[in-house]
Write a protein that binds this ligand. Structure first.
Ligand SMILES: [Zn+2]
Length: 131
């Protein structure tokens, strides 16, 4: 996989201010405000920064948290995780494997079959409907 590396100035010119704050500066959108938490169309959720296919509608579920939630990524290699010790908590951060965009966090209280919950910011995603 070819890594996508750009400067903050380049990302800033390509993203909205909220997309930049979330995806490049590890921000978190407020719950129930994002464009995809209550979005149910069939298709692919791509990285807002580099377009990599990260999640699919097939694995999306309604977690009640106000953020788009998935029980698995579109492909395991398309996301990577890191330990996040900010805010005096230990959480698992989810990032785009191709451009290191911050996507959200991973929890182990999701539904079957994986019991995983990828809690992802809408601002880090761009939806493409299924043809
Ligand atoms: Zn990306």
């Amino acid at each position: 996989m070819n890594k996508v590396v750009k400067s903050d100035a380049e990302w800033k010119s390509e993203l909205s201010s909220e997309e930049f704050a979330v995806a490049r500066k590890k921000g978190t959108e407020r719950a129930f405000t994002g464009r995809y938490w209550d979005h149910h169309a069939a298709g692919i959720y791509q990285c807002v920064c580099c377009g990599s296919p990260l999640f699919r509608s097939n694995e999306k579920f309604d977690s009640g948290t106000g953020w788009p939630s998935f029980w698995a990524p579109a492909a395991a290699g398309n996301v990577h995780t890191e330990t996040d010790r900010s805010l005096s908590m230990e959480r698992v951060e989810v990032l785009c494997a191709q451009c290191d965009a911050h996507l959200g966090h991973l929890f182990d209280d999701g539904p079957e079959p994986t019991n995983q919950r990828y809690c992802i910011n809408s601002a880090a995603l761009r939806f493409t409907p299924k043809e």
